[in-house]
Design a protein. Sequence first.
Length: 365
Amino acid sequence: MSIKYIEKNEIPFLLNNLGEDFALIENPGYVFPNFEIVPLAKKSKKVDNLLAVVMDMDGTTTTTEVLCIHSLEHMIRQITGRMTKDLWAGLDADKDYPHIIGNSTTKHVEYLIRTYRDAIDIESLKRAFIRAAVRTICFGKDPSRIDEVKNNLASLGLGKLQFAAELESVIATGSGNFSQCPAVQTLVNKNFQDFKIETENDVVRAGIDIYYARYHEILARIAEGDSNKIIKELELPTGKHLIEPMPGALLLLLLSGKLKGKVEFLRSWLLEHYDLTLEIETPVDSQLGSLQQLATRFEQSPVKIAVVTSSIRYEADIVLTEIFKVFREQIKKMPLKEAVIEELTEQFSDHNLFYDAVVTANRLK
């Protein structure tokens, strides 16, 4: 990679070759520069000879909204010390949700820190962050997430925590007994006074790590098959999965050409997804006809399908594994011949085999 330093007046000449539209991305307060300027691809109303389709994960292929909202609310409870609903009812669907759904985790945490600033208890914040950091260092599965926590520890005056002898004791107790482990409280007490909170950016950084520690804790339990227990423990909505497919996610099968001869068998399932992706009501016969046309076209010329996400690989693997598990459960309930069920179940056996590529923030399949 070569780097060329240029003068400010040279920038317009370079931009002219990059396109007409740009995205202005605001960075967190502790990241330089304040903004990133990214050129956008030219818009096209019609695509001929489609070769590949790229899908986002969260909000397009799947929804983890329930888990994200819970983890954000848990973070606020931790740093304010208001752990029960008697002390605080929780996040407000009308006031808070529009600001914590659909943007980056950093932006969500920044909003909540600003909104609940007056309720933050610094002692509770310090204890919650140290516990979250210890959990991530001892039981985190993703090296990049662990490195981020260690960098934050150093920035906040807690660099020695990552070398503490007590960490071995915490690991020995196991993640399931983390909250009862005496070594955790020892580490909190030993490092409490060294914790430096000087700016709102420091609070945001600590809040992000508290959020991720909780989110990854729940993901790990989902991977172990504890979804139903989690729903009961957290008093989350019943009758749904913690991670569910988004409407239209199944239509990828059409594009991949993997529904050859099966559209009629799966009509009710596909129509449910197809109908939810339309902005206007369309007669069922027309919908089915469109599905069959799509299936025929892409059986002849299948396209490659990729999932691209800003989530790290550890998160993506658990989320996509759970989505494909939901698909298999739904297939088994269908009134289809056993051979068809087996074939479809095999197609949904592994997201790594189904997608041609899975691109995450830290890894390309």
